[in-house]
Each structure stands twice: as C-alpha cells, then as structure tokens.
Design a protein around this ligand. Structure first.
Ligand SMILES: C[S@@+](CC[C@H](N)C(=O)[O-])C[C@H]1O[C@@H](n2cnc3c(N)ncnc32)[C@H](O)[C@@H]1O
Length: 284
C-alpha cells in the first residue's frame, strides 16, 4: 500500500507565503492559520508534483503568469454568502436608505446611482440589493443605476456572472422574491434578466477601488464579511480607499461583526434598530 505523506509547512515557509499574501492581496494570514493553509493548498502541491511549501512559494511568486496566483486565491478565500444575508441591515437599506437617496438625487438633479459590493463572492449580495431596489419601485424611470460586485477570486466572479444558484444560498430568501426574480434553468434557479441588467461583476482587489471608480463616484459600498480577514493596518487602507471613491454623503455597510471604531474617523456611525451604517464625514 502506498503511503501518501502530507507535506508539513515549516514556520519559515508559512512566513514567506503570509508575506506574499499580504503584499499581493492585502490579506493577513494569522499565525493560527497554518493548518488552514496546509489543508487548502496541499492538494495543489500534489497536482503540481511539488513536495515542499518552499517550492510552491517559488512557483507562486516567480510564475510568469497570474494564473497560479488566481488559483491560489480561490483556494484560500472564504466565499460563504447567501441571498438576503443580515436582514436588519437590508431592511434599513430598503426602507430608509433607498428613499432618502432617491429624494437627495432628485433635489440635486442627478439621476446616476452607483452601488458597490466589495468582496461580493458569487454575487448573492449584489442580486439581493438589485431585487430590493426593484421591489422598492423607487428608481423606475430614467435612472442610471448600477450595482457592481468586486471580488479577488476569479472563480467566484464567474459564478456571479452566470447567476445560477442552488440549495442553501436560498435559506433566507422570501418566497415572493423567488417567484418574481428567478427562473428555472437546467442547473438551478437563474436570476432574471431585469435584475442582471442592473448589475456587473469585476475581478479585482477591494484595496484598489480607485482603479475602477473615480473620486466621489460611488453612493454606497457594501463590504460585509470580507474585512475580517484583514490586518488592522490593511483594513485602514481599505477604508481610506472607500472614503476616496464615495460621494460626500456616501454610505458604507459593514458586516455585523465588523466595526470602524479604533480603525478610522473618516466615517460617522448612524445607529438604526439592529444595524449600524457608516456615513462619510464631511468635516475630514
Ligand atoms: C465571506 S465572503 C462575503 C460575501 C458577501 N459580502 C457576504 O457578506 O455575504 C468574503 C469575500 O471577500 C473576498 N475578498 C477577500 N479579500 C478580498 C480583496 N482583497 N479584494 C476583493 N475581494 C476580497 C473573498 O474572495 C470572498 O469572496
């Protein structure tokens, strides 16, 4: 019987790969992630015929194309997501934020609305926002509205673009949304065209939103459950980048376990029942 030895990562190898991940993707791999990293990338070492993590590090760092780096990031990211995640925030978005945004835009004679989901994974958050907006009936005629999902993981972006889903991702989806906004396809339920036409997806790093959007172009950023993997310093960089592309009264939604206290004072918290939203400070 052939004994398959699992490669064991040495502290030095873990340090090199962590530094590479931080420099290239802005993600911090804490010291307790050794087991996680080993489990996620050992199969890839085997496929490549490599026996040590040092060899894999060299392969990653010095490979001429980005292909291995993108494959690697798909392996180590946590893509968990589902439709209608964190209901209380979405309720504030639908009932308070959307009508206020519409009124303000109309007052300013501006009919352009840009919403971003930074760390959108396979697209469920983007489509949820589009459904809530359509359902609200607020932006029907003559609005230039788009919701852009950005994720570093190319496989997640491909899935988001296809817009076909099954199973547990629908666990929180109200029945009327399933009926109105999905159609049955051979592989599952596909998001209907009226929702897809409001959305787009880009593979990219949320640390570089300024390469995708102009200064003060974005009205609202959702960045939920992505920054938990960032170091405090990288999180600060991300938030500063968000402040740069948001409009003067732009809003930021974070995941419920994420907070800006002790990170930055570029935003002020707005408190709602069951939800905190951050607004760009106009006095910074
Ligand atoms: C746990 S999912 C959260 C998805 C969705 N926002 C939600 O709350 O359901 C986190 C996503 O952030 C993405 N991500 C992590 N770091 C990123 C970065 N630097 N730039 C863009 N996306 C990133 C991961 O690939 C992953 O798909």
């Amino acid at each position: 019987m052939e004994i398959v030895r699992k490669p064991v990562i040495k502290p030095e190898e873990f340090r090199l790969i962590s530094e590479f991940v931080a420099e290239t993707f802005g993600l911090s791999l804490d010291a307790d992630k050794e087991g996680y990293l080993t489990a996620r990338i050992s199969p890839r070492l085997r496929d490549l015929g490599l026996t040590t993590f040092a060899e894999y590090y060299n392969h990653l760092k010095f490979a001429p194309s980005a292909e291995e780096r993108l494959r690697f990031i798909s392996l180590i990211t946590n893509n968990e997501t589902y439709f209608f995640r964190e209901q209380s925030q979405l309720q504030v978005f639908a009932e308070t934020v959307i009508p206020a945004l519409r009124d303000r835009k109309l007052r300013n004679g501006d009919r352009k609305i840009r919403i971003v989901s930074a760390g959108c994974s396979s697209g469920e958050e983007v489509y949820t926002l589009a459904m809530l907006i359509l359902e609200s009936g607020n932006f029907i005629w003559n609005w230039d509205l788009s919701i852009t999902g950005i994720d570093i993981d190319p496989q997640a972006i491909e899935k988001a673009k296809a817009g076909v889903y099954n199973g547990r991702v629908f666990q929180s989806t109200p029945g009327q949304y399933l009926e109105r906004y999905f159609r049955t396809s051979a592989d599952g339920l596909q998001v209907r065209e009226n929702i897809r036409s409001m959305t787009s997806f880009v593979q990219g790093n949320l640390l570089n939103l300024d390469t995708i959007f102009s200064e003060q172009e974005v009205d609202i950023i959702f960045c939920r459950n992505a920054l938990i993997y960032f170091s405090a310093e990288t999180m600060r960089r991300a938030i500063e980048g968000f402040a740069g592309v948001l409009t003067r009264d732009g809003l930021l939604f974070l995941g419920h376990s994420e907070s800006l206290s002790r990170i930055t004072n570029l935003f002020r918290p707005l408190h709602f029942p069951g939800a905190i939203i951050y607004e760009v400070r106009d006095d910074y």
